[in-house]
Design a protein around this ligand. Structure first.
Ligand code: AHM
Ligand code: MG
Length: 337
């Protein structure tokens, strides 16, 4: 007998089509774009899982545009994402961490601009620790024009039409938002499909985990040093001391923060005066996800999503997570600024 109470499995493809059907005038282009990213994510996930055996771990010898050594998997992920986006001819350009300038796709008149960090947390590749891909999608402001420039891609995070990440962890997850809540899909490798595992995810208002590279403590501003001390002080009423967790892959650290609450920080410091992480393809997309889940993301002063970008690869400090934790760190930053 069929158990009618059993939850029906919904694939990423079905979910995207159902969402599109709620908007009768929708062209389906954004849905196509998200499906293409889903396909690239499956291919990258397969390669990440077998990387040790096929010998594509390790550096390929070249340096990326920021002078950091490039791992072979980074290049593979970059190629897969870009070629998936090129297929449907609705994206005109891609800006990726692995490429200095804009990457013009075949359809220069396409209406979407996509930012990518194809494989984030690359220092974790060789040691079999979670890594991720991040994407951020904008509409062109001058659709149809075949003249492409980086200036057109400089839009604040609030204008993202969709954003998400893929986490290659103990299982592969794809999390995305189109500005109407956050949905999480888990890859079932036996059928090769992303399956809806959580819809309308909400981050707890407050959490008891802080996540920051404490090895850089000496180079932080006083406000942050004081906040971390606050996290470590014993106080039963506020469940302190908090736990420290730091993976060193932003996608994994932010995903944990989304699920358990708390805060992830990559601050400005004497070593990185503007922070280390990239505004357009690391901080904006993850900030949209966290805000859509009810959390907050700031650069120490204001909302990350409101920053008017000046350069496609610009960096920003970031304090992201549960409302209460982010407001608390801001109190400390303001007090000592
Ligand atoms: P990457 O894009 O070169 O991998 O660098 C970004 C990563 C983030 O995933 C992570 O949060 C951060 O760098 C870790 O940096 P650090 O080793 O300085 O703590
Ligand atoms: Mg990165």
């Amino acid at each position: 007998m069929v158990d009618r109470n059993k939850k029906r499995v919904i694939t990423l493809e079905e979910y995207i089509i159902q969402a599109q059907n709620k908007f009768p005038g929708a062209t389906g282009d954004l849905s196509q774009l998200l499906r293409d990213i889903g396909l690239a994510a499956k291919i990258i996930s397969r390669e990440v899982n077998k990387a040790g055996i096929t010998n594509i771990l390790g550096e390929d010898g070249s340096k990326n545009i920021h002078g950091e050594s490039v791992k072979k998997l980074d290049l593979f992920a970059d190629e897969q994402m870009i070629s998936a986006l090129n297929r449907a001819e609705i994206t005109c350009m891609v800006i990726s961490e692995e490429n200095d300038g804009i990457v013009e796709l075949d359809n220069a008149g396409g209406k979407y601009i996509v930012y990518l960090d194809p494989l984030d947390g690359s220092s974790n590749i060789d040691v079999n620790v979670s890594i991720g891909s991040i994407f951020s999608i904008y509409m062109r402001e001058k659709p149809g024009s075949n003249q492409l420039s980086a200036d057109e891609a400089l839009q604040p995070g609030l204008k993202q039409v969709a954003a998400g990440y893929v986490l290659y962890g103990s299982s592969t997850l794809l999390t995305y938002t189109t500005g109407m809540g956050v949905s999480v899909f888990t890859l079932d490798p036996s059928i090769g499909e992303f399956i809806l595992s959580e819809d309308d995810v909400k981050i707890p208002d407050k959490g008891t985990i802080y996540s920051v590279n404490e090895g850089s403590y000496h180079s932080w501003d006083k406000g942050l040093k004081q906040y971390i001390k606050y996290c470590q002080v014993e106080d039963k009423e506020t469940s302190r001391p908090y736990k420290a967790r730091y993976i060193g892959s932003m996608v994994a650290d932010v995903h944990r923060t989304l699920k358990t609450g708390g805060i992830f920080i990559y601050p400005n410091s004497s070593q990185y005066p503007n922070g280390k992480l990239r505004l357009m393809y690391e901080c904006n997309p993850l900030s949209l996800i966290i805000e859509q889940a009810g959390g907050l993301a700031i650069d120490g002063k204001g909302r990350i999503l409101e920053i008017e970008p000046e350069a496609i690869h610009q960096r920003t400090p970031i304090f992201i997570g549960s409302q209460e934790n982010v407001l608390k760190v801001k109190e400390f930053l303001d007090k000592y600024s």
